[in-house]
Design a protein around this ligand. Sequence first.
Ligand code: FES
Length: 199
Amino acid sequence: MEKVRLEIDGKLVEAEEGMTLLQAARKIGIDIPTICYDEKMAPYGACRLCMVEIGRNNKTRLVASCVYPVEDKLVVKTESERVIKTRKMILELLLSRCQSGPIETLAKKYGLEKSRFPGEDTGCVLCGLCVRYCGEIKKANAIGFMGRGVERGVAFLPEIAPKVCLSCRECFTLCPGGKVVTESLDGTWFPPLGWQKKV
Ligand code: FES
């Protein structure tokens, strides 16, 4: 496999072609916050929390490091002023949908008490980890996205979930907002579509 050399936060990194910036950064111990990324699954690029600033020929731009591939001679900054400002705004958006778990922890780390954006604490930030895990890893597709816009959420599929979820429950630990767990513990295991309005 071809090798690529790039610079991340001033450190030279040798990475394999096809790796993402996130993987290359983690390889040298640089921590970039993520919510929708899980190495077991294909990158999804939904939360945008893993944004980094990349530069080439005096031009810079922000990219999602979990989906952006390494490039030779690329200069990457994971904590530039622009990155931090953007990350805080993204965290505020995520906070408007979920105020617990890793999102709450990250918000505190970045000095955010609450979000300026209106929203309801649904516990679900649409990271898709539960949906993708069930589809990609378990091949069960027992949970899926539903609704549009602010009504968008995830729901167990009543025709599949009762047959497969009770003996699995593996998506519970993936949910950053604990939504899947909450739904299962309060006795509404396989709620009909539209369950998120009841929160
Ligand atoms: S972790 Fe990269 S977009 Fe969510």
